[in-house]
Design a binder for this molecule. Structure first.
Ligand code: HEC
Length: 460
């Protein structure tokens, strides 16, 4: 893993790259979890119907109505955003994806096999379900649901490995990585989330169906059973936070305002949903209209968004903990880059190189692109102008040379003193509104001082 492969990096202007993956990922996760929970909910209703618990004979109608939404929304949109995820993540973090595919090659293949089964059984039900006898419908729905849940099972192992690789760090064994410390809490938690999304979507769909009110009430009550497992969420949430590495845990426990806030938004939204569901829908057997159900579903989306944001965020500065930093470098590569420079072999030209006044500033721009641009922009989201614009140059030099101590969400700086200085000059030049004349700085005393700072931050 020592040789560094350069990939072309995309620039989304003021939008931080991590946010591009994150934004799409949240939609995708939500839809995919709806697909799984939807299957479970339909199995439940099919079972109610078959076992004679459906005296009013409406479950079949509900299932067929619900399935249309499930197919339209979660199959079509889920598949599109799923492909979209691959498309964006290979552009933004190709080395991370490369490592994931490399380590878990056959597990990805297994996941896709289940995904294929999910799609085939789902479409078969969509096409022929209404005409089939109950027993066959059940078998088809169960196949669909089991396949969908297992695609979560496999992908969950790979995603949770990024955050808590556990014994894999020492052994490099695939199963050590897969069944990592956060595997079970995250799988169980997500399974409950699937059920919640499906039940709330179910309440929306029930409200679109022309049904007498007592039947609607009964269906909603039945669907609300799927919200009851939410009482387990606090336990699973605490389990999850407990297996996080201590530095990640501190982010959500106040260390980072954004992380703590997002986590509280997720927890708060979940408590609201659970409160409404358990007290209102289940206990008091209230009914729920389409607008309220939609509102709860939006809250669930907010909770998912908060949760996914935190899951991605607490991993910083790594994409795979202890292995690959967010800017796709291994610790060994950083040590090497400090010796030989990080962008000497970067074959990709800068966009508009003539924009820059001299080679040193061009070097700075390249260093920024390679090492910082995954998390920072120039002027936009998390923009360096906002963060370090007011600093003096010597402040910039020290804080960049000791980057991992400046904020421990950041990887160590990966270059020799010349690259630190180039970055500082690039920043200063940007702050000065990009004049066309800019002196090159090559004071040996400054370089020596940066070397000392780098040395003080060389243990990682
Ligand atoms: C893993 C993502 C990540 C990478 C890579 C990264 N940073 Fe940061 N950086 C952050 C975050 C998150 C903050 C905190 C922003 C805040 O406090 O609002 C931050 C803060 C900063 C600050 C302000 C620190 C302070 O105390 O106010 C500077 C300066 C900075 N980064 C420079 C850089 C430079 C230069 C690079 C590239 C050599 C870089 N960062 C790479 C995520 C990153």
């Amino acid at each position: 893993m020592n040789a560094f492969e350069y990939y072309p990096l995309h620039d989304f202007g003021p939008v931080m790259k991590g946010l591009v993956i994150g934004g799409l990922g949240i939609f995708h996760v939500f839809l995919a979890q709806f697909a799984i929970g939807g299957g479970m909910l339909m199995c439940y209703f099919q079972w109610l119907g078959q076992s004679g618990r459906d005296r009013l004979g409406v479950t079949r109608k509900f299932i067929d109505g619900y399935f249309k939404y499930l197919v339209l929304i979660s199959f079509v949109m889920g598949a599109l955003t799923g492909v979209g995820m691959w498309f964006t993540s290979i552009q933004i973090s190709p080395r991370t994806i490369g490592l994931m595919v490399h380590e878990f090659h056959w597990l990805w293949a297994t996941e896709w096999t289940f995904f294929c089964l999910e799609v085939v059984s789902g479409y078969t039900f969509f096409r022929y379900g209404a005409r089939l006898p109950d027993a066959l419908r059940m078998r088809l729905l169960a196949t669909y649901t089991i396949a969908a849940w297992f695609s979560l099972f496999w992908i969950n192992g790979i995603l949770s490995w990024q955050l808590t690789p556990g014994n894999w760090i020492e052994t490099g064994q695939v199963w050590d990585g897969f069944f990592n410390p956060s595997f079970w809490p995250s799988l169980l938690f997500r399974t409950i989330v699937c059920m919640v999304i499906a039940a709330l979507a179910g309440c929306v769909v029930i409200n679109t169906m022309p049904l007498p009110s007592e039947i609607r009430r009964l269906l909603i009550f039945r669907a609300s059973h799927f919200l009851l497992p939410m009482v387990l969420m606090p336990v699973l949430g605490i389990w999850f936070v407990a297996v996080l590495p201590p530095d990640s845990r501190q982010w959500v426990l106040g260390g980072s305002v954004a992380m703590t806030l997002f986590m509280n938004v997720a927890v708060g939204a979940s408590i609201l949903i659970a409160g409404y569901a358990i007290i209102g829908l289940y206990w008091q057997r209230l009914t729920i209209n389409g607008a309220t159900a939609t509102l709860l579903l939006v809250l669930a989306f907010g909770a998912t968004a908060g949760g996914e944001f935190v899951r991605e965020g607490v991993r910083k500065p790594f994409t795979v903990r202890q292995t690959l930093y967010s800017n796709s470098m291994t610790p060994a590569q950083i040590t090497e880059f400090r010796r030989v420079g990080s962008v000497n072999d970067d074959p990709y030209p800068l966009l508009n190189p003539e924009r820059y006044p001299n080679d040193q500033v061009r070097l700075g721009a390249k260093v920024f692109r390679l090492q910082c641009s995954i998390c920072h922009t120039e002027h936009g989201v998390n923009g360096l102008m906002h963060l370090a614009g007011t600093w003096t140059n010597s402040q910039r030099r020290m804080n960049i040379a000791k980057l991992q101590f400046t904020k421990n969400v950041m990887p160590p700086f990966a270059g020799p003193p010349e690259e630190v200085e180039a970055l500082v000059q690039w920043l200063d030049w940007l702050m000065a509104h990009e004049p066309s004349d800019w002196p090159t700085s090559d004071d040996p005393v400054v370089r020596q001082q940066i070397a000392v700072w780098l040395e003080e931050a060389s243990d990682f």
